[in-house]
Structures are given as structure tokens and as C-alpha cells.
Design a protein around this ligand. Sequence first.
Ligand code: HEC
Ligand code: HEC
Ligand code: HEC
Length: 114
Amino acid sequence: MRHRLLGIIVTAIVLGLSVVMAAAVNQGQENIGIFGGKSGNVPFPHRQHQDRIKDCNVCHSVFPQETEAIKKLKETGTLKAKKVMNLQCIKCHKQEKKAGKPHGPVTCKTCHVK
Ligand code: HEC
Ligand code: HEC
Ligand code: HEC
């Protein structure tokens, strides 16, 4: 009986802590308009991707968790244009599509809006 009570208390503490830690991380905006050059900007449902992908570094290993991060890296010549688009966005969407799973857009105008 005492062990079970202890178990419940420990679980409650762990749960409480993870809620506090999750709140401390800056999740960024729910929806982001990514700079897309002359083709037009790209509306991006950030939170929806976070909920599904979990690991922030799937995307953020290439650019930091900052507003307009991709645009800034391109301006300094550190990141090639279309690299994120091709190696992250389209690559993953095509893989999911091939696997017959729900996937994001794969054609220019479904991503870029003018
Ligand atoms: C599917 C790709 C992807 C994943 C996964 C992802 N992000 Fe992002 N995140 C982006 C993009 C794209 C931007 C916008 C960069 C830009 O505007 O140049 C961004 C921007 C941000 C920003 C900058 C503030 C803002 O809202 O503009 C923060 C903070 C951030 N992300 C936090 C996170 C955290 C924390 C996680 C994991 C829980 C995460 N992101 C997961 C793609 C992703
Ligand atoms: C899944 C969404 C998506 C699709 C589909 C897509 N793009 Fe993009 N595109 C982006 C994102 C996000 C960026 C900004 C990041 C980057 O440059 O990698 C971008 C960047 C670009 C850029 C560079 C803009 C600049 O000045 O830095 C061009 C040009 C471009 N896209 C053209 C196209 C064309 C042409 C197609 C169709 C063959 C296409 N895109 C399909 C999301 C998409
Ligand atoms: C690791 C995989 C992965 C990466 C990387 C990724 N996506 Fe997606 N995306 C998905 C999946 C899966 C869905 C379908 C989600 C659903 O239906 O719930 C999706 C859906 C979308 C949608 C449609 C949302 C809707 O509900 O209509 C857009 C727009 C989109 N992604 C844009 C992007 C852009 C722009 C990038 C690059 C910055 C990107 N995605 C990177 C997996 C990914």
C-alpha cells in the first residue's frame, strides 16, 4: 500500500515537472509565414508539425529557433536558397505520400502563395 502511494506521488511530481519544463521552452508561433522570395511566401503550420514530428532538430538542425532564421542565413550566404524546401519540406512530404500516409503539399503553388 505504501509503495503504491509512493508510486503515485512520484508519478505526480514527474508529470508536474514535465509540464513546467514544456512551458519553459519557446515553442515559437503556431503559424509562420516563411520568406519564399519571388515565388511568394509559404504559410507554415508550425505547431501542427511540432505535434506530429516531436523532434525539433528534424528541422532546426539546419537553422536556429529564431524568427526569419532561414532568410538571415541566406543573406549571410550560410544557407543556399531552396535547401530547406527541397531537403526538408518536399522530401518529407514525398516520402509520406509514397508511404500512403497523410502528407503536406508537393507542388509549387500549394506552398507558395502570392
Ligand atoms: C517541420 C519543421 C519544424 C519543426 C519540427 C520545428 N520547427 Fe520551429 N520553425 C520551423 C520554421 C520553418 C521556422 C521559421 C523560420 C523562418 O522564419 O525562417 C521555425 C521557427 C521557430 C521559432 C522562431 C520563432 C517564430 O515563431 O518565428 C521557434 C522559437 C521555434 N521554431 C521553436 C521550435 C521548437 C521548440 C520545436 C520543437 C518542439 C520546433 N520549432 C520544431 C520549422 C520547424
Ligand atoms: C512544401 C512546400 C514547398 C513546395 C512544394 C515548394 N516550395 Fe519553394 N520554398 C518553400 C520554402 C519553405 C522556402 C524557403 C526556404 C528555402 O529557401 O529552402 C522555399 C524557397 C523557394 C525559393 C527561394 C526563394 C528565395 O529567394 O530565397 C524558390 C525560387 C522556390 N522556393 C521555388 C519553388 C518552385 C518553383 C516550386 C515548385 C517546383 C516550389 N518552390 C515548391 C516551400 C515550398
Ligand atoms: C518530417 C516530415 C515533414 C517535414 C520536414 C515538413 N512537413 Fe509539412 N507536413 C508533414 C505531414 C505528415 C503533413 C500532414 C499533416 C496532417 O495531415 O495532419 C504536413 C502538412 C503540411 C502542410 C498542410 C497543412 C494542412 O493541414 O493543410 C503544409 C502547408 C506543410 N506541411 C508545409 C511544410 C513546409 C513549408 C515545410 C518545410 C519548412 C514542411 N512542411 C516540412 C510532414 C513534414
